[in-house]
Design a protein around this ligand. Structure first.
Ligand code: V47
Length: 387
């Protein structure tokens, strides 16, 4: 057996025993090109955590504005104030989009946008309130840690006060965006101006303390290397040990078109599957790993269900951030298509709401109810405080 093989076999023994992998183990996984070995280990953990479930949800995205004070190198969505393509959605537009989402049975609205030079914090609170008033049944997953930190700066309130105001208006949880790559060598180059790693993690810590759940992401496949990705995962794992408030980790594949990094090629299929598998293996206290089909493409997302992922996100309508950066995926896939893709991958398609309650639908009326919370038995094996 050569030394790489020996290292991977040593890691396999740890995975089978439910032991935590070290930073060095993560680097060894990154160095391996044995996709089958990585996939089979990740699949073992996925199955331990989530059995045969393949989760999806029915959701809609709203990006209230594309105007942004920051100029992150990877972003093709942002616009300068006054530019032709700059927009801000008003109350009527938000309400209309919410009505459409409600009519099609969406259980979640995912809201993330630019950090506008002029809008006051009250606008962002109003967006949440307008949605809640229009469709109280819909869960509002809104504003990344970077946005919350920006609200702190413009409002001069504390992160805790900001979150409390948003919760009062109807906020249900935080999405995972804005994390990009936490390692300073990369973060400073691609998005040095926005909230630092420590600030981002602290926003999630505060949110978890207030009882909100949140997701975590990692934008990979640009100028990041193996040590940056493993460092990112270890930082998230440490915070999750402390709070248990993260639900899902979503590795986001970089889309270069129309960004300042347009010269960098897209991550390859092998990289997509490797990052997925390594995420499942390193993040032993995260209940869920999501293969976000909008970024990965439906085909890779489907295969990722055998490389550690247990979720492929939603039916997603009105997605702008990746489509402006060249994503060729459709804006929406039907529930029937998502279920077919999941079933063909050998998983049992289960509709969930944002907080991982099973959703039951009355086919006749189109109404839905959230049922029992889906517990993740594998977390007990990892010996952590994840909830
Ligand atoms: O933070 C921006 C990424 C994120 C590009 O929490 C890009 O359930 C690739 O976080 N190529 C926002 N990625 C979206 C996000 C998200 C998506 C789906 C589900 C959840 C969740 C969260 O999108 C940004 C950034 O990392 N992004 N530009 C680009 N050109």
């Amino acid at each position: 057996m050569n030394s790489e093989r020996r290292l991977i076999e040593g890691i396999r023994e740890k995975v089978e025993a439910g032991e935590r992998l070290s930073f060095e183990d993560g680097l060894a996984l990154e160095a391996s090109n044995d996709l089958f070995a990585l996939g089979s280990m990740a699949n073992l953990v996925r199955e331990r955590f989530n059995g045969n479930a393949g989760y999806y949800n029915v959701n809609t995205h709203i990006n209230p504005t594309n105007v942004c004070v920051y100029t992150c190198d990877f972003c093709a969505f942002r616009a300068d104030l006054g530019e032709d393509r700059a927009y801000v959605m008003d109350r009527d537009q938000i309400v209309e989009r919410t009505r459409q989402a409600s009519a099609r049975g969406a259980t979640e609205l995912h809201i993330v946008g630019g950090l506008h030079n002029k809008l006051p914090f009250s606008y962002y609170v109003d967006v949440v309130r307008w949605i809640k008033e229009t469709a109280p049944e819909i869960h509002i997953k809104a504003y990344t840690a970077v946005e919350i930190e920006f609200f702190r700066k413009i409002s001069r309130k504390s992160v805790e006060q900001i979150l409390r105001e948003l919760i009062d208006a109807g906020l249900g949880s935080l999405p995972g965006g804005g994390a990009e790559i936490f390692h300073p060598e990369v973060r400073e180059q691609i998005c040095g101006a926005k909230a630092s790693t420590e600030i981002c993690l602290d926003v999630h810590r505060t949110a978890h303390r207030l009882g909100l759940h949140s997701n975590a992401t990692m934008l990979y496949g640009h100028i990041d290397g193996p040590k940056h990705r493993i460092d990112h995962m270890v930082r998230l794992r440490e915070l999750q040990d402390e709070t248990g408030g993260f639900q899902t980790f979503i590795p986001l594949a970089f889309h270069p078109d129309n960004s300042q990094m347009a010269h960098i090629p897209k991550p390859s299929g092998v990289m997509d599957l490797k990052v997925m598998a390594i995420s499942r293996l390193m993040l032993d206290n995260f209940p869920h790993i999501k293969a976000y089909w909008v970024m990965l493409g439906l085909k890779t997302a489907q295969v990722a269900l055998s490389f550690g992922a247990d979720d492929i996100d939603g039916t997603v309508v009105h997605e702008k951030i990746y489509h402006e950066a060249g994503a060729e995926t459709p804006q929406e896939v039907t529930v029937a298509e998502i279920r077919r893709l999941i079933a063909e991958a050998g998983r049992n398609p289960i509709e969930r709401d944002t907080l991982y309650h099973r959703v039951e639908r009355d086919g006749g009326t189109g109404t839905w109810t959230s049922r029992e919370h889906i517990d993740v038995p594998g977390l007990a094996l990892a010996g952590t405080s994840g909830r």
